[in-house]
Design a protein around this ligand. Structure first.
Ligand SMILES: Cc1cc2nc3c(=O)[nH]c(=O)nc-3n(C[C@H](O)[C@H](O)[C@H](O)COP(=O)(O)OP(=O)(O)OC[C@H]3O[C@@H](n4cnc5c(N)ncnc54)[C@H](O)[C@@H]3O)c2cc1C
Length: 398
């Protein structure tokens, strides 16, 4: 068995875990992220929902129930986390637009609109007025994107279809990385007689650095263009995840990916180590402090049995919204599904309230009362609690 020591070990490599890990690295600590699989951000639009209950996200946060974990982080930390996030993504050449003072409505692949706060710059010019002309350009055979839903939901639209020679989101995005393909596409676009207005594309404008591709199209066509996220899993979410993971690694963080945690060593007050199995070999990852960022049910941080809800790494007590009969609903994605309130109760310092563990901190959607779908606060909450938990952890490491 190999043994590796870190100051802090983050379990779960989603938005909250990576944000926490980056902050701890910036404070000079050695950090590892251990993650079983890819996080929920890969299923997302790549936009940062802070609070989608109205046009002003921070007013929405203020109005959340007193038990909501946003209040543990506090307004200042939420804003600091969003600023830090924007700086990191700019450094990763995936800049974001928007600010915490205003939500904007972006077009979804089903033609509806979604309120969100920060958007990748490739979505920045998504129309704000319902009668603004948009010309939707899609790709032959592309699934997960429904131009007819978009054009029928708006008054003033046009539509064209390009044959990219491949039909998958990833395949088309990879083709956009090829300059010859891009210039042929631009030539084809120029040949269309598109009325004045904006160009709307499914989010396939390259794998890693879509903004430069979008900007080239905009300059050549002398008009604004914007991406519309496809159905999950959507490329902007994958780009966001990869960008944040790259930022963590560029700052010196280690990642152990795809490895379930085989065992945990603990004393009454502390977690000492987790053991992971990689390629038939055991690795013991020692930490002075641990951060639990394993997400909720979608990512497997929580697991519901008939009579109880389990936390899957440390078997921490889970606060559940009453007995099963009270929360059961077949459609998990119903906003306001009561099970969304389940999770780990934490104190102001983001340590679990129940139990005696002193070197464990919790962040992200696994915290009880998060209800990210009901309040439209997924990545915003993950970033704010990731930063707040990491600050408490850094304090404990002093
Ligand atoms: C379909 C869908 C679309 C969404 N769209 C948006 C959106 O557009 N904008 C937005 O702001 N929010 C969106 N959300 C919500 C948002 O994705 C989440 O709230 C947020 O990403 C949660 O981040 P997290 O860090 O708490 O956990 P997660 O992203 O869930 O990450 C948890 C990580 O922990 C790992 N893990 C779990 N168990 C273990 C274990 N036992 N050992 C090791 N690792 C483990 C998982 O593999 C995963 O990598 C969406 C959610 C879904 C499901």
């Amino acid at each position: 068995m190999s043994v590796i020591d870190y100051d802090a070990v983050v379990i779960g490599g989603g938005m909250s875990g990576l944000m926490a890990g980056i902050h701890l690295l910036e404070q000079g600590h050695t950090v590892a992220v251990v993650s079983r699989g890819d996080p929920a951000v890969c299923l997302s639009t790549g936009c940062i929902d802070v609070c989608g209950t109205g046009v002003d996200p921070m007013a929405g946060v203020d109005a959340l129930p007193a038990t909501h974990p946003y209040h543990l982080a506090g307004r200042e930390k939420i804003l600091a986390a969003l600023d830090r996030f924007s700086e990191i993504m700019t450094d990763m050449r995936l800049p974001y637009a928007g600010n915490a003072g205003e939500n904007r409505a972006i077009i979804t692949p089903l033609g509806t609109t979604k309120l969100t706060c920060l958007v990748p710059r490739t979505m920045e010019t998504s129309p704000r007025k319902p009668d603004e002309y948009i010309h939707v350009v899609s790709f032959k055979g592309l699934k997960d994107f429904y131009p007819s839903y978009i054009t029928s939901a708006r008054k003033n639209t046009g539509f064209s279809l390009y044959d990219a020679g491949v039909t998958t989101t990833m395949g088309i995005a990879a083709r956009f990385e090829d300059r010859k393909f891009l210039s042929e596409f631009i030539t084809w676009l120029k040949g269309l007689e598109i009325p004045d207005g904006k160009l709307a594309f499914p989010a396939v404008m390259g794998l890693e650095h879509p903004l430069s591709i979008m900007q080239e199209i905009q300059i050549e066509l002398e008009r604004w263009g914007f991406e519309i996220p496809t159905l999950p899993s959507s490329l902007p979410g994958i780009r966001l995840f990869k960008g944040l993971k790259r930022a963590f690694q560029a700052k010196g963080g280690d990642v152990y990916w795809g490895s379930p945690i085989a065992s945990v060593e603990r004393s009454a007050k502390n977690i000492e180590a987790v053991t992971i199995e990689t390629k038939g070999r055991s690795t013991r990852v020692n930490g002075q402090a641990f951060i639990l960022a394993t997400g909720s049910f979608v990512s497997g941080g929580l697991f519901a049995l008939r009579d109880e809800i389990q936390e899957t790494v440390f078997n921490l007590p889970v606060a559940a919204p009453g007995p099963r009969d009270d929360w059961f609903n077949r459609d998990f994605f119903t906003p306001g599904h009561a099970i969304e309130g389940a999770g780990i109760r934490v104190g102001q310092d983001f340590r679990p309230l129940e139990g005696t563990l002193e070197n464990l901190f919790v962040c992200g959607s696994i915290i009880s009362g998060s209800e990210v779908m009901k309040y439209g606060c997924g990545h915003g909450l993950a970033l704010a609690t990731g930063l707040a938990a990491a600050e408490s952890c850094a304090e404990a490491l002093k």
